[in-house]
Design a protein around this ligand. Structure first.
Ligand SMILES: [Fe+2]
Length: 277
């Protein structure tokens, strides 16, 4: 009986070994064993094609993948409004797993490029959506906001991976990393997508006091959607181990946003602070 992978299979270092939907042959199983992965440990992610078609719930795989990607988010944010979170994660699933879209291809590219950037993008999308929902944005705007936030770092796909691995080094940051906003905009110019998404990708490192990049725009020149995403982005990076020498607590990250001069919209920062109480 033919077997297929129900979801992506990773090695202990987070490297993708087999993609979801790929046929699992005896040869592949023996190769997995060479990576220290035993068949028994992955029986829940392998199914015969018959089982797959009989038992597959339409949301099952997507929910499982989102849960996996959001493990870190749930660990760092211990209290969130369950109703708002539930609404936002369902909306996000519809966008993240939309079939036959170019942005889905970009997201798969990001997951393969660096798992932590993919997870960070999802965290930023959920946080942005929760802020948007709290301030009463309508569903259509929330969809655009979710897509913008998911893709905000898509430009990393065009940044040499060695620079990303060493992004704590100042010279690498300046030469390579800071180009990712413009490179992301260039990638979105290649596909059919809302103009707001392009603005957010281009502007998410701008700051309201003009101190950001790439153009040093000031408050009234920056898209409202980008003002939300820059807060979610900064909060998630501050609370991540990956960045700048260790993670802040959510409370410390909010405090830093509230005390950053005029870089962020104070009303939107207050909404984020309200979500975490
Ligand atoms: Fe970024």
């Amino acid at each position: 009986m033919e077997k297929v992978a129900l979801k992506d299979i990773y090695d202990p270092n987070g490297i993708l070994l087999i993609s979801k939907g790929i046929k699992i042959t005896e040869d592949k199983l023996s190769r997995l064993r060479r990576f220290g992965i035993e068949e028994e440990s992955i029986t829940d992610v392998i199914a015969t094609k018959d089982t797959l078609t009989q038992n597959k719930h339409p949301m099952y795989e997507e929910k499982a993948e989102l849960d996996r990607a959001m493990r870190g988010f749930r660990e760092k944010i211990r209290w969130i409004d369950p109703e708002v979170f539930d609404y936002c994660s369902k909306l996000l699933i519809q966008i993240l797993f939309a079939r036959q879209t170019m942005w889905r291809m970009y997201m798969i590219g990001l997951a393969n490029y660096a798992e932590w950037i993919y997870a960070h993008s999802i965290n930023v999308a959920v946080l942005s959506l929760m802020i948007g929902k709290k301030i009463g944005m309508k569903k259509e705007s929330l969809q655009t906001l979710a897509l913008s936030a998911l893709l905000h770092d898509v430009g990393f796909l065009l940044v040499p991976k060695t620079a990303v691995i060493e992004m704590d080094k100042e010279d690498k940051r300046e030469i390579f990393i800071e180009q990712h906003s413009e490179l992301g905009k260039a990638l979105l110019d290649e596909i059919s997508i809302d103009e707001t998404c392009k603005k957010v990708v281009l502007q998410h490192h701008e700051r309201l006091d003009g101190s950001g990049y790439p153009y040093g725009l000031s408050a009234d020149e920056i898209s409202f959607f980008a003002k939300i995403v820059m807060i979610a982005d900064t909060f998630d990076l501050d609370t991540s181990e990956k960045y700048y020498g260790g993670a802040s607590s959510p409370e410390e990250a909010v405090f830093a946003l509230q005390n950053s001069g005029n870089k962020f919209d104070p009303h939107l920062v207050a909404v984020l602070a309200g979500l975490l109480q």
